[in-house]
Design a protein around this ligand. Sequence first.
Ligand code: GLU
Length: 305
Amino acid sequence: MHRTRRALAALALFVSAVTTLAACGKEGSPPVKGPQPDQLPVYQVQSAFRLPDSPTWRKAKERGRLIVGAKEDQPYMGEKDPATGRYSGFDIEIAKMMSASLGFDPASIEFRTIASANRETALQNGQIDYYVGTYTINDNRKKLVGFAGPYYMAGQSLLVRTDEHDIDGPQDLDGKRVCSAAGSTPYQRIEKDYPKADLVAYDSYSVCVDNLLTYQVDAVTTDDTILMGYAAKVPDELKVVGKPFSREPYGIGVPRGDNALRFALDDALALHEKNGDWKKAYDATLGLSGVPAPQPPAIDRYPAG
Ligand code: GLU
């Protein structure tokens, strides 16, 4: 009973934390840990830029704006403010940098939320021009889509309640209810390497977190970047435990055959890493978790094919 009440209170807190962050606009005091708009870099729009060899770029040019796939419930990385509809986070900044380099004003980007399991289809169907949302580059996915980058190296971790003392790493998951997102690499890794865990899948990690707070599951697993954001919102209730147990290189997903777009994004990433934008963007978003900016990983400009 006590446990349930406490969990419900935590859930209310989680929801209100999200709402408070959203509500703190111009007149209120700034949110303690959300990205602060005045700290975000301004990216210079390359208005004379042309990429006629890219069908995706040509279509966007005709349309007059870019359509970018993202996440909307991952604090620090990709989060949508329910009041204004605006997206913020490190992934969102990467999307904006890329937009500026491709000759589109970042303010004109139309963001669309796409869940982990639907990313490849969204790119294949032309629903989005590119995707920036904690998207791990791997060989399986490369058969379906292209990847610029990587622009960040994350690692799979575990999120538990602060009153949990039995789980400190993936080796402790036998018989435990573990939640992750359908179609994600963390889900696949638990399924394959830790088959004794009782694995549950939802479309998004925030649903897993709600289930964790209400004692429906014992742990949530995905990248440390994502889990740190949830823990930061309710530090009295949630903690990230153990060490990262995978390498998740984040790429920008593009339609598979569009090598011109992929290479242009690789070039753009290199430029924004060199001119300091990448670090400024990190410091103003994911860096709020307290982890200092790492060196970005080397860009893998793999050949067209
Ligand atoms: N980076 C992992 C993946 O791409 C987990 C995060 C996510 O689902 O977006 O599957």
